[in-house]
Design a protein around this ligand. Structure first.
Ligand SMILES: Cc1cc2nc3c(=O)[nH]c(=O)nc-3n(C[C@H](O)[C@H](O)[C@H](O)COP(=O)(O)OP(=O)(O)OC[C@H]3O[C@@H](n4cnc5c(N)ncnc54)[C@H](O)[C@@H]3O)c2cc1C
Length: 500
């Protein structure tokens, strides 16, 4: 083991939405910062990943096995590289709704209140939208919370098929809105281009890639992290720092804490509450496919979002969730991620030309908040990482799917020549789709029920912070990245003060 001869003011582990954003925020302080990233720089120049590539043959699943609660191995859909999962994300950068920060009654229980409110997050959402160059339009979506400033860039226009659906939804009295998108001339903005690349020239910043943190070591009393142990290439190193920030993603940060157990932290670091690794949320995610009469390229942006069902609709008064368009090519999603029966059905449906690039479909992503459940958790059996996850809020999600298909049918009835109305295949995302993972080290004021305080500092370890999606006490139905980025900026302000 080599002990690195430097002493850093801050060590940041992971370069995704949380870590990459925090590194960008702290770099101008001049403090000595070490960034450790287990992956390399991605081969792609920018985030141009299309859905067709993403789901083809599990291309973006990590080459490591996790295990489901039945002990079945799977390859998680997660990206280990500079930029983390923002290198494969869709760049939809939505704010949580203001009510998402409050306790909300769902059909399956209460979505807990956050200790920090929308008004506390608002300035950081604005800062994050500027940093990540978010394009959007205010005024169309009645659930959109108040913005202190308009989006920094105007909305991205809909592709013509999407515009047709958008018009049809408006005629039904729904409120289709432009999705806020982080985008620049190179493509989607992400935590590599926006977080890490701009700070590589700073003399006070050191980035080490292929540096997988494997253990945290505390002082004898267990009150501080004294050293971060990482495998850099094939060599083991110990790095020393004043402040240690984890941002490995919700599952990997919690796994690292659990793995680092010692005499003072027998259940894992910062885990006297027994909450580390619990309350894993990942939203109920489904794809609904709409069949078209004519082919389209399938390679267009997500631009359309619908939140009319977000807080409930009609006679169903519980929250249901969010809908957004996808690219048009979804056979790959269906074939690789769907239950075999649906795969088989979709193969014989007209419009699903296999191995063809053009497609006769539009895809719709549906997302429903899942609720924190302590039994949805990480668990080690020997060295093997098990993910116990039983879905909840399933009926709310099913209702969202049915409402959405009804809305699509009305659009199709008004434009019969455009659509093939034979079916609306649905595919539910299985355990390996951990894209929207969060909640495994939730923040709060009570050390008995939360892992982190409201500044995302571990209650029990004075110099340890976590800034990835672990801190979420509840999971909204919108996509999580902008909240992770905004929170990293918020914690960044706290750290700037602490480091003075
Ligand atoms: C296909 C896909 C599409 C998505 N689309 C959207 C979208 O449109 N909008 C949205 O808001 N969200 C989207 N998401 C979710 C979004 O990508 C995540 O919410 C976000 O990236 C989480 O940020 P994070 O900082 O928690 O973790 P990550 O971005 O996952 O970053 C974790 C980082 O830590 C590194 N790391 C892990 N373990 C270690 C270790 N032991 N040592 C060192 N480094 C380590 C990883 O390599 C990675 O760089 C999508 C996700 C996927 C997979």
């Amino acid at each position: 083991m080599i002990i690195d001869d430097q002493f850093y003011d801050v060590i940041i582990v992971g370069t995704g939405a949380g870590g990459g954003t925090l590194a960008r925020k702290l770099a101008p302080t001049g403090k000595k910062i070490l960034v450790l990233e287990r992956g390399f720089f991605p081969v792609r120049e920018s985030s141009q990943t299309q859905d067709i590539e993403l789901f083809k043959k599990e291309q973006f699943h990590a080459p490591e096995q996790w295990y489901d609660e039945n002990g079945e191995p799977f390859y998680p859909q997660t990206s280990y590289c500079v930029g983390g999962n923002t290198k494969i994300y869709s760049g939809v950068l939505m704010r949580m709704r203001d009510r998402d920060f409050e306790a909300v009654e769902h059909q399956d229980g209460i979505s807990p209140e956050w200790g920090v409110k929308y008004s506390d997050f608002e300035p950081y959402y604005t800062e994050a939208e500027k940093l990540y160059q978010v394009h959007g339009k205010l005024g169309d979506d009645p659930t959109e919370p108040t913005h202190s400033e308009d989006y920094p860039f105007s909305e991205v226009a809909h592709e013509s098929h999407i515009q047709t659906v958008c018009d049809g939804l408006s005629k039904q009295g729904l409120h289709p809105a432009y999705l806020p998108l982080g985008i620049n001339q190179q493509g989607r903005t992400d935590a590599e281009d926006t977080g890490i690349t701009p700070i590589l020239d700073y003399e006070n910043v050191t980035l080490k890639t292929s540096a997988q943190v494997v253990c945290l070591h505390t002082n004898p009393s267990g009150t501080e992290i004294k050293a971060v142990e990482a495998k850099v290439g094939e060599q083991s190193y110990l790095f020393l720092g004043h402040i240690i920030v984890l941002s490995c993603g919700a599952i990997n940060s919690a796994a690292l804490l659990l793995r680092s157990q010692n005499e003072k932290h027998p259940n894992g670091i910062a885990n006297h509450s027994n909450q580390v690794g619990r309350n894993l949320m990942k939203q109920q995610l489904s794809v609904v496919v709409q069949l078209m009469a004519d082919a389209n390229s399938g390679l267009f942006q997500r631009t359309l979002g619908i939140n009319d069902f977000y807080w409930g609709n009609g006679d169903y008064t519980y929250p249901m969730g969010h809908v957004q368009n996808s690219g048009g090519i979804l056979q790959d999603v269906i074939f690789t991620e769907a239950p075999p029966v649906l795969s088989a059905i979709s193969r014989v449906l007209p419009g699903f030309g296999i191995r063809q690039l053009a497609t006769r479909s539009l895809g719709w992503w549906l997302q429903t908040e899942d609720l924190p459940n302590p039994d949805n958790r990480l668990r080690f059996v020997g060295d093997k990482l098990h993910i116990d996850y039983t879905a909840n809020n399933v009926e709310a999600h099913d209702r969202l799917v049915h409402r959405w298909i009804d809305a699509l049918k009305q659009v199709e009835a008004s434009q019969p020549s455009m659509f093939n109305r034979a079916a609306h295949p649905r595919s539910d995302m299985p355990i390996q789709v951990v894209a929207h993972q969060c909640g495994t080290c939730r923040f709060g004021e009570d050390p008995n029920t939360s892992v982190l305080d409201l500044n995302c500092r571990a209650h029990e370890v004075d110099n340890l912070y976590v800034v990835d999606s672990s801190f979420f006490p509840s999971n909204a139905s919108v996509s999580p990245s902008l909240t992770v980025m905004a929170n990293a900026l918020r914690v960044g302000d706290h750290l700037v003060e602490r480091l003075k």
